[in-house]
Design a protein around this ligand. Structure first.
Ligand SMILES: C[S@@+](CC[C@H](N)C(=O)[O-])C[C@H]1O[C@@H](n2cnc3c(N)ncnc32)[C@H](O)[C@@H]1O
Length: 203
């Protein structure tokens, strides 16, 4: 889907992803912090209307939140309130395939960005290159296996990543976790796929 198709979707269905961040993304970021990742600068790539960016900011992160749908960014800005939080969000209209941050960052989060496998691997490799030493990259999406075994998500098999697609995107990084993640979805189960990686540090 191109940006205009996403714009139409956000206009037709505001709040499509809810306001609660994906539990797996919260768990991976929290685990990274517990393992020593200092709260600092982050990117939420393909942020949609901003549920992960707002959660990060509420936990003290400075966030650049990027999406190519200007309607999503408009809706995200409208939902953003910085009441009492330490972090902040800079909302940016940009294409995940070409946008880059001005400075290296401590964390990149990408939730449910679905592209053809080559493009997704390229986005992940680029994002890995934005990390400071020891910085973390977390990608969570609907898995290819979700079509046969799960519910929800895109029904187009050409945009559903498998483990090998994410492994290709993780080239050059230290892989923390690369696996399927089963998520309760009503009475059924959705099959997600997770890549959590970090840039190498000397030990
Ligand atoms: C399923 S939504 C997920 C939104 C958000 N990450 C979340 O989990 O709530 C996918 C998002 O990817 C964005 N997107 C798709 N292709 C993109 C691209 N090439 N560059 C930037 N954003 C893109 C869409 O506009 C949409 O907001």
């Amino acid at each position: 889907m191109d940006a205009s198709a996403w714009n139409a979707r956000y206009l037709a269905q505001p709040d499509a992803w809810g306001t609660t961040p994906a539990a797996r993304i919260v768990a991976e970021v929290t685990a990274a912090e517990d393992a020593g990742l200092a709260v600092g600068t982050s990117v939420d790539l393909a942020c949609g209307d901003g549920r992960h960016a707002r959660w990060l900011a509420a936990h003290g992160w400075q966030v650049e939140a990027v999406d190519f749908s200007e309607i999503a960014i408009e809706q995200a800005r409208a939902k953003d309130s910085d009441d009492g939080r330490d972090g902040s969000v800079d909302w940016v209209v940009g294409d995940a395939l070409t946008w880059t941050p001005d400075e290296p960052v401590d964390l990149v989060v990408i939730g449910f960005l679905h592209l053809d496998p080559g493009s997704l691997a390229r986005v992940l490799r680029n994002a890995g290159g934005w990390l400071k030493p020891g910085g973390h990259l977390v990608y969570l999406g609907h898995a290819a296996e979700n079509l046969r075994r799960g519910v929800g998500g895109p029904q187009d098999p050409t945009v559903l990543p498998g483990i090998a697609d994410l492994a290709s995107g993780a080239e050059g990084l230290e892989v923390v976790s690369l696996r399927h993640d089963l998520r309760p979805a009503g009475k059924a189960t959705a099959v997600d796929v997770l890549l959590h990686a970090r840039s190498w540090v000397e030990r």
